[in-house]
Design a protein around this ligand. Structure first.
Ligand SMILES: NC(=O)c1ccc[n+]([C@@H]2O[C@H](COP(=O)([O-])OP(=O)(O)OC[C@H]3O[C@@H](n4cnc5c(N)ncnc54)[C@H](O)[C@@H]3O)[C@@H](O)[C@H]2O)c1
Ligand SMILES: O=C(O)C[C@H](O)C(=O)O
Ligand SMILES: [Mg+2]
Length: 567
């Protein structure tokens, strides 16, 4: 069976027939097949007689969706639709993005991952196993895609899903969810993407003990086997799909940065939690800078949770402050990392290598209050001493920004920028309603998970989502259209500035990041800026000139039924 897009004829051509058509989500259009198509494709008698339009199908699907009793059921419904009819799925998602993004993506995707082995209906993506690295090529080839057919692969090893930890094979759903966002936000052609589960085992005993668990039933592989397996994946994916962007998602802190550092200089690759999160956070801070009127180089930043995301955020803020006139040392000194044993200090045991550059000299904090149970200087003391203007949460610790912490911060700055970025919703370091109440409405807030607007003293505050979803779709689209060979720091900074420029944070209660109804336009703006930055950094293989905006728009895939021909 082959299915191909024939660009010259402007149509999809397939050799599939009958149930072979209906079972392929990329080909299937169910009751929307025309009579002619039914004849040609051997579908006569396999679908009920009426011929519906995509509009009608989308209305029916929406009714089915709203009849689902819970968010998890809505997620399962949409996954099944995705697996049945891709165009209809993306049409429905696009029509109701505000309502459905939290269902296919953060926060509900977290619940779907926890329940993966129970809600399982059909495989979704490519499953690679550390126990059979020799099968990597066979499995990637089974997708039946040629060397020029893949633009993007999202891979996860499921070790650090959102803030909920190790969920083994269920992690495939975050790769699928990210791809859905790539398409819904930036119009990445879903037929040119792959979701990959790098199954290296799980350390969650509850999964290992569960007879229904669908992944490899053993603890996570040791470093040697892990590295060899990841390398087999990168090498094979690169050989089979030379131009694909390799996206890494939700790797644990011991591997995320190591893997990125190993490949970023020589591969077209990107870690969303480190780089995408860094860029969206920088966008929120830039927007906060505009609203507060305080230049970036004068801010003091405290980050709770100096892990994969937290240090990614720190690095991009440091570089942006350096671009704003500070030396790298001065910029670094304005950023305070706080982790599970309090403020990062150089005399601490067990610092991760990527944390060391933000650790403070012990002498600097000699007089600061320590919490012996914690093993260091607690957040409240850091905030009291540092008087931060920016407070960021990437700790996965719900409620960690207590009233005391927020009030102390707000006592020393007019417009505190407070970004509880942890997902899913219950792990947010604070809720917008609390932060607004504790700061008398002065805080500039954005959160990782979606929050409803908040009423405070007669003003409605819209809450922007400081989620890497504002960055990775446009980054991917821009990089693909530019034919980039690398993702450079310049491309990430350009993405952050494009998001910030697409925001209007002035006016009472305005959000400091674009809202979901702006996600598509923001992603296109990000893509154009990223393509230009790729050219400026010398990594673009396609022409990037004044026509780049048109080329980016022309590359956007739309959920419509294209002409289909049986061959
Ligand atoms: N909004 C976004 O776009 C976005 C992007 C990436 C990650 N995140 C969120 O950030 C959180 C962390 O993700 P990650 O990938 O960096 O995970 P990670 O495990 O790499 O990092 C978490 C860090 O928090 C630290 N920590 C744990 N308990 C703590 C405590 N009580 N006090 C201070 N620090 C503590 C850990 O030691 C670790 O260094 C998750 O909730 C995730 O959803 C959000
Ligand atoms: O997936 C998200 O919602 C954002 C981020 O990548 C995370 O890990 O939390
Ligand atoms: Mg993530």
């Amino acid at each position: 069976m082959t299915t191909q897009w024939n660009a010259a004829e402007g149509r999809i051509e397939t050799t599939a027939r009958g149930r072979g058509v209906l079972s392929r989500p990329r080909l299937n259009r169910g009751t929307a097949f025309t009579r002619e198509e039914r004849e040609e494709l051997g579908l006569v008698g396999l679908v009920p007689p009426a011929v519906l339009t995509l509009d009608q199908q989308a209305r029916r699907a929406y009714q089915q969706y709203t009849a689902q009793p819970t968010d998890l059921a809505r997620n399962v419904y949409l996954t099944a639709l995705h697996d049945r009819n891709e165009v209809l799925f993306f049409r429905l998602l696009g029509d109701h993005l505000d309502e459905m993004l939290p269902i296919v993506y953060t926060p509900t995707v977290g619940r779907a991952i926890e329940r993966y082995s129970y809600e399982y209906r059909r495989p979704g993506g490519v499953y690679l196993s550390v126990d059979a690295p020799e099968d990597v090529e066979r499995a990637l080839r089974a997708a039946e895609l040629g060397p020029d057919d893949v633009d993007l692969i999202v891979a996860t090893d499921g070790e650090a899903i959102l803030g909920i930890g190790d969920w083994g094979v269920g992690g495939i759903d975050i790769a699928v969810g990210k791809l859905a966002v790539y398409t819904a936000a930036a119009g990445i052609d879903p037929g040119r993407t792959l979701a990959v589960m790098l199954d290296v085992g799980t350390n969650r005993q509850e999964l290992l003990d569960d007879p229904l668990y669908l992944g490899n039933r053993h603890p996570r592989a040791d470093r040697e086997a892990y590295d060899a397996f990841v390398d087999a994946y990168v090498t094979t994916a690169r050989r089979l799909f030379p131009r694909a962007l390799l996206h890494w998602e939700d790797f644990g802190p011991a591997n995320a940065r190591r893997v990125l550092d190993r490949y970023r200089e020589r591969e077209f690759t990107f870690n969303d939690d480190i780089q995408g999160t860094g860029a969206v956070n920088l966008a929120a801070v830039l927007s906060g800078v505009r609203a507060s009127g305080v230049p970036l180089r004068e801010h003091r930043v405290v980050i709770l949770g100096a892990g994969t995301a937290g240090v990614g955020v720190a690095d991009q803020l440091r570089d942006a402050m350096a671009a704003d006139g500070l030396s790298t040392e001065e910029a670094t000194a304005r950023i305070y990392g706080v982790d599970r044993h309090g403020l990062l200090t150089r005399d601490q045991d067990g610092l991760r290598d990527f944390q060391v550059r933000y650790a403070r000299p012990a002498a600097e904090v000699a007089g600061w209050r320590r919490d012996e149970a914690l093993g260091g200087v607690p957040l409240a003391e850091v905030v009291a001493r540092v008087r931060p203007t920016v407070l960021i949460g990437t700790s996965g610790q719900g409620g960690a920004f207590t009233e005391e912490v927020v009030r102390t911060m707000a006592a020393h700055t007019d417009r505190p920028i407070i970004l509880p970025m942890s997902n899913p919703t219950r792990l947010a370091e604070a809720t917008p309603a609390d932060v607004l109440a504790w700061t008398g409405g002065r805080a500039l807030i954005a959160t990782g998970s979606p929050f409803a607007p908040v009423e405070h003293e007669g003003v409605t505050y819209r809450i922007g989502q400081a989620n890497n979803a504002l960055v990775f779709p446009g980054l991917g689209l821009g990089a693909i259209v530019a034919g980039a060979s690398r993702i450079t720091d310049g491309m990430l900074a350009a993405a952050a500035h494009a998001v910030a420029d697409h925001t209007d944070p002035d006016g009472p209660g305005a959000a400091i990041l674009p809202l979901t109804d702006q996600l598509h336009e923001t992603s296109v703006a990000v893509a154009v800026a990223v393509a230009r930055a790729a050219a400026a950094d010398g990594v673009a293989r396609e022409t990037v000139d004044d026509g780049i905006g048109d080329r980016v728009r022309a590359a956007v895939w739309h959920p419509v039924y294209r002409p289909l021909k049986a061959v």
